[in-house]
Design a protein around this ligand. Structure first.
Ligand code: DP6
Length: 339
């Protein structure tokens, strides 16, 4: 029997997006970002020490090689963590997502967050976040380690509403839980337009952001938008938050569309959906607003009071589209068991 460390880490949906990096090696973002950690959409990862020459990583039951195109980040991150802290043991890890991978739901966020927690808990023999902290791995420290694996993963170390501050220097970055989930129960209804891998990974596309003429003005305007989002969040005002979410998502996509080479994450179907959705908001009168990550899927953010009118409209007009219903969540959990 060996000890096994099991982690569930949430995906998160950004209200103000992390797009573009000042330094890709140090994972220093071009602007501050803010996200809501989700409840159901998550990655479940378990880890135990095994006596072998290399780590084993299984995803949805399949053992993946080190050079697997979509998962090279995993081994790179494990090597980097082991090297930084001198952990000699090889790990056997097994991971699965509660949602389709690579389709614009932030799988690298929940995936790299779960991987970081599971690996460090396993190497240090820690059963709880309390124990991790006592061994020098506070939640914020873990968030920064996860960020090195994938930027948005840092925000998945906390529940509720989380801000990642770029700071004046790469080592002055902060990842802070601003409000607990109980502050405001926002829902995220995800409309799935694609189950497949995205055309270009976000890591590769971040680098192109600087080639868009819209990128520098976007960064310059980000602090003002952050303040407006913080105010709407603080006051729990959907009518103020909603339009900010939509402008922010469209602005990030405007940057993507104007880089060299341009990057089209939205499909014709998802663009048509957005137009119909905006019309329905007026006509059917539900208070719900969209945001979009680096993919074609649409996240609809709303309060519980809008759920039934929104879902009825979606089912009537888009009966074949798959919906995922989620809401703000409490953050990752960790447990130790026997294998
Ligand atoms: C569009 O965190 O996937 O989801 O740091 O290169 O791994 P890397 O990028 P990643 O970028 C996600 C960007 C986004 C917006 C966001 O989550 O803030």
């Amino acid at each position: 029997m060996t000890d096994i460390f099991r982690v569930v880490a949430p995906s998160n949906i950004a209200f103000l997006k992390y797009w573009g990096k000042k330094d890709p090696v140090l994972q220093w973002p071009a602007n501050d970002s803010l996200s809501m950690s989700l409840n159901q959409l998550s990655t479940r990862t378990s880890a135990f020490v095994h006596d072998a020459d290399d780590h084993i990583f299984q995803f949805q039951g399949e053992a993946l090689p080190r050079d697997h195109a979509s998962f090279s980040k995993v081994f790179k991150h494990l090597d980097s963590l082991a090297g930084s802290f001198g952990f000699p043991e090889k790990l056997s890890l097994s991971s699965s997502n509660s949602f389709p991978t690579g389709a614009g739901i932030a799988s690298s966020a929940s995936g790299l967050a779960a991987l970081t927690i599971a690996a460090i808990a396993c190497w240090t023999g820690s059963s709880t976040f309390f124990e991790l902290e006592a061994k020098g791995f506070s939640r914020e420290h873990l968030a920064h380690l996860a960020r090195l694996g994938s930027g948005s993963a840092g925000r998945s170390l906390f529940g509720g509403y989380v801000q990642w501050q770029a700071g004046s220097h790469a080592d002055k970055q902060k990842i802070l839980p601003l409000y607990a989930a109980a502050h405001w129960t926002l829902h995220d209804t995800v409309v799935l337009f694609s189950h497949s891998e995205k055309s270009k990974s976000s890591t590769a596309a971040h680098g192109d952001a600087w080639s868009s003429l819209l990128f520098r003005p976007r960064i310059a305007g980000a602090p003002e938008r952050m303040n407006a989002i913080l105010k709407a969040l603080d006051e729990r005002k959907m009518a103020e938050l909603g339009p900010l979410l939509e402008t922010e998502a469209l602005e990030m996509h405007a940057v993507m569309l104007t880089t060299r080479p341009p990057q089209y994450y939205l499909t014709d179907e998802s663009v048509e959906f957005l137009a119909a959705f905006r019309r329905a908001r007026q006509e059917v009168c539900f208070e719900a607003y969209f945001t979009i990550d680096a993919g074609p899927n649409i996240h609809i953010i709303h309060e519980a009071s809008a759920s039934s009118a929104l879902t009825s409209w979606l089912q009537e007009h888009y009966p074949t589209l798959q919906l995922l219903h989620d809401r703000v969540g409490e953050g990752p959990w960790l447990e130790r068991g026997l294998n």
